[in-house]
Structure formats: structure tokens, C-alpha cells
Design a protein around this ligand. Sequence first.
Ligand code: BG6
Ligand code: MG
Length: 228
Amino acid sequence: MKLQAVIFDLDGVITDTAHLHFLAWRDAAQAIGIVIDEEFNEQLKGISRLASLERILEHGGRAADFTEAERQAIAARKNACYVESLASLTPQSILPGIKDLIVTLRQKGIRIGLASVSLNAPAILSALGIAHLFDYCADAARVKHSKPAPDIFLAACDGLGVVPQNALGVEDAQAGIEAINASGMASVGIGKDLQGAGLLLASTHELNWPRLAAYWKTRNPVTEALEE
Ligand code: BG6
Ligand code: MG
């Protein structure tokens, strides 16, 4: 089977916004008397804004303390702080190897998609100066079930006009790897301790076309598709 599309997660794969999310959540949590640290923040990777707030409230023992309107207000405060911090992003904020890989994939006729649950994804791609390199970005606002459900990856496949079996997804979060696997796509994990990744790489430094091609061949041994 031919590799027709590569679908990327954004935060932690294309750029490292996890720390900015952490600083904004730390500020919003502090305002309601909850302390979070970077280790706890690991649990929020790949998790939607409101689901992240749920986890923070549970962590602080305050899960039952806020109305829906109050939760929305806390999430809005976090997002305002986060959006302000996004002003620090420039094309230099793209993680190593990512832009070269995307350019190479495009030269090979492989379509490029985005499957991020971040509602800020379009603004981030623009700040990084690479929005034009994406053929389709799934709209997080229209996806019912967040990762680890496969919905956002399936929406990206649909928008790109490819079936999941002809696509490969790249993720840095456990929930994301589970979402890719559940979609039927091939999964590439960036980082460590990611269970179930078809190919696991320590960082984006190792993410390049020869590695992806070799991995795809192991899944599809009779493929004709990978002219180097
Ligand atoms: C994911 C991040 O990409 O986006 C999560 O890994 C974040 O940490 C989620 O909560 C939602 O982002 P946003 O920008 O819509 O608040
Ligand atoms: Mg991520």
C-alpha cells in the first residue's frame, strides 16, 4: 500500500508549546488555590482545554466546586494567558527536522495533514510560517471525541481524501498514539514511554524520510510506493 499522507500532531511534534501551556495553567490553577508542577503537566499533553481543567480540578480536590460557567471562565483565563505567550513563537520555534521532512514529503507527492486538538492550531501554524505547507488541518472545534478517540485523525484523513491504512500519524502524547492506532493509521511516537507506537523515536532530530520509509516498508512489505 502506498503511503499517501502524513498527519502531524502540533504541540510537542511541530513546536514545543507544552511549557507555554504549563505556565498558563499554573497561573489559572494558582488563582483557584491549586498548585501544579511540570510533572503533573505531562498528563495534560494531547488533552483538550476543558478536559485538562477537569484533571487539574481533580488533582486539587476541587472537582465538584465549580459551575459550568465558572469552568468556562477559568479555561478562558488560561487561554488568554496562553495566547499572549504565543507571541514569542517564530519560524525558529519549529522543532528540529520537521520543516525539512514536510518539504521532502511534499516533493514525494505525500499529502500533509494536521490533527491537533488545540483550538489555537491555525494561529500557531501561521506564527511558525508553515501554514501553507499543510494540505488539510482538521478542525478541533468540530470533533466530538477528543484523543484518545480516533476522531481527529479520521477527520484529517477524510479532509485529505485518504484512507487511514494509507496514512501515517506522528504524536508525542500517549493519548495521541492511542488515537492514531484506533484510526487504523501507522503510528510514530516522539519521546519515551509511549506505549504502542509502531515506531518510537527519541526526538524530532531522528524523524526523517529514510526512517519513515523504512518503517512503512515493514508494515507494507510488498509496497511499490517508496521510490527513494
Ligand atoms: C494539545 C495540547 O495539543 O492542545 C494540550 O497538547 C492542550 O496540552 C490542547 O490542552 C488544547 O489546546 P488549546 O490551545 O485549544 O487550549
Ligand atoms: Mg502533542
